[in-house]
Design a protein around this ligand. Sequence first.
Ligand code: ADP
Ligand code: MG
Length: 340
Amino acid sequence: MTPLDKVGEFGLIGRIQQTVEITQPSTILGIGDDAAILAPAAGQELVISTDLLVEGVHFDLTFCPLKHLGYKAVAVNVSDIAAMNALPTQIVVAVSIPARFTVEAVEELFEGIKLACEAYNVDLVGGDTTGSRAGLTISITALGQVAAGKAVRRSGAGPNDLLCVTGDLGGAYLGLQVLEREKQVWQADPESQPELDKYPYVLQRQLRPEARMDVIHELRDLGVVPTSMIDVSDGLASEVLHLCQASGTGARIFTENLPIANPTLEVAEEFNLDPIMCMLNGGEDYELLFTVPLADHAKLKNHPDITIIGHMVDKSEGANLITKAGQPVPLKAQGFSHFG
Ligand code: ADP
Ligand code: MG
């Protein structure tokens, strides 16, 4: 293991730079100068988004492998670009690293970052590297492009639009419950072995989420243009409310339609947690929530990875969850909130 001070800041950046490949035609110059140079294609608009991940707030290194953390840090940024209906092109990565880290540990983090860059076809074109007197902090800024005027905002939904969500929900939250329980067991008895093998699905959902770029491409192929879109980072309820607020509508979502995977359901039962609450308020699933015109129903109704969970209604109706018995329950944003 190599201590950080042995290679220094520039040695570390050099190591990162060595393994980075540039693949995007819009990247003119990557790592190594005072700034990167980009040339967005003609007729495209630039889309940009930043996410900050702070040790002890967003992740816990006792159970989050650094490679996964690097991957996730990129995926959550790409997810924001996807949620604008744009294609990601570049990222910059700023890290603040505690002295207890080794060079190998930092390299593991960047292996995850680079793996995600390959998976999402984005170039790592720069960043910043400093020491930290507290924990590890990772700030990633992602850039993307979308044909002028084609970005999808939160604000475009109208009454009767179908409300759709990709994949399934609640898994990431239950993965976190498993990890926190095992951490407590381990803290009480450091000799004990964590029981994680039983929960591959929810752990993967928590530790290594994917941005749904695949769905963005599929919607384009289907000729479906969402009227509004957001990614599910804080929980479905909170995101539905965001779309309603931005669009000036209400919404109706149906309990029976909410998508949950079997392994997620099993873990919810084991933890005595209401699966519906896990889907509504769990967060970190990084699925896409979007609305489409009613006319697109036929194109999406049998899609294996998209579920129609409800529809938008007039603002005066508010945003409600309709129970199996047909009872409306007002949606509340109970997802994770900083400063709460
Ligand atoms: P400056 O003093 O101008 O901030 P640096 O020495 O910090 O320059 O960075 C040198 C080059 O290395 C720049 O191109 C910068 O974008 C890149 N760089 C620094 N840290 C990182 C990092 N963590 N990931 C990717 N590129 C980085
Ligand atoms: Mg710098």
